[in-house]
Write a protein that binds this ligand. Structure first.
Ligand code: GUN
Length: 297
């Protein structure tokens, strides 16, 4: 194996440390405690795990955590009323509504009801438009985490060929916009892309965000390229039990790549760290204070 392993777990810890230092400063110098509200509708087990983890880390960095757990049958009007209340609450600087929502709720409508200034997921249509036009916005957490790791590894990304595999609103599209903002030449590939291996072989940076276990293999990777693996897939082990794998086949890709993020311990830990970073950013903007450096795009 030749690739450098990009340690997302360690990097996320340094991001949380920076956030914690800013929280302490906001409290001491301005008497402000940044607050993050997380709304969970229903009892999806994976979402419950994420929400618990978000709450725990929010408190660990010294922020206030407000958790709202709603019944799976909550009506759209009741959810919108809660969001309106959080929008108006000065103690709440960031609002996150955990996805996926139960099917009777309109996710776009719900996301667009969050005050864009408190939209720490960056999913509100205003933030999507601001990012797409290169203006200051709230940036979705997973792509922000990927960008931070890429900048940390490469310094400048200017002029590099980047291929993003996956066109989701949560990862693929915002990731492509962020890479474009850092002057990469960007291709968004997806399930209908012709000759996907050939397209990926052109890439200096590959971001795999398709949700297909171990789809990207070493033969697709240009020697020395950087592979950022956003996938988190649970697969059966031949000997019984399960294990987590990414969208890239780790061993074959690591044999060719210059650097690669592992699963687990790569992109995953960065997502929550960036949620905390976005909450600090939102809090500083709301109070007319300078934003922390290195925690935004
Ligand atoms: N569910 C899976 N990923 C995310 C995310 O980044 N934000 C929210 N709100 N829900 C999610």
């Amino acid at each position: 194996m030749s690739a450098k392993i990009i340690d997302g777990k360690a990097f996320a810890a340094t991001v949380r440390e920076k956030v914690g230092a800013h929280v302490a400063r906001l409290k001491e110098e301005h008497g402000i405690t940044p607050g993050l509200a997380v709304v969970l509708v229903g009892e999806d087990p994976a979402s419950q795990v994420y929400v618990r983890s978000k709450g725990k880390m929010t408190v660990e960095v010294g922020m206030a955590s407000f958790e709202h757990k709603l019944d799976v049958n909550t009506s759209e009007s009741d959810l919108l009323a809660l969001i309106a209340q959080l929008n108006a609450d000065p103690k709440v600087h960031g609002i996150l509504v955990q996805l996926p929502l139960p099917s009777h709720l309109d996710s776009d409508l719900v996301m667009n009801s969050i005050d864009p200034a408190k939209d720490v997921d960056g999913f509100h249509i205003s933030n999507v438009g601001l990012l797409g036009t290169g203006q200051k916005s709230m940036v979705p957490c997973t792509p922000l985490g990927c960008l931070m790791m890429l900048r940390d590894h490469h310094g400048s990304l200017s002029g590099m060929n980047a291929v993003v595999i996956g066109r989701s609103n949560i990862v693929g599209k915002p990731m492509a916009n962020l890479l474009l903002g850092d002057s990469c030449t960007v291709t968004i590939a997806h399930s209908r892309t012709r000759d996907l291996p050939g397209v990926v072989r052109q890439a200096d940076i590959v971001v795999a965000a398709v949700g297909r276990p171990e789809m990207v293999v070493g033969d697709w990777i240009k020697p020395g390229a950087t592979v950022i693996d956003v996938g988190i897939n649970r697969i059966d082990k031949p000997e019984g039990g399960t294990r987590l794998v990414g969208d890239a086949h780790f061993d074959s890709c690591a044999a060719v790549a210059g650097a690669i993020t592992p699963v687990p311990g790569g992109v995953g830990p960065m997502t929550i760290a960036c949620l905390l970073a976005n909450t600090i950013t939102a809090c500083c903007r709301a109070n007319g204070l300078a934003e922390p450096e290195g925690l935004t795009a």
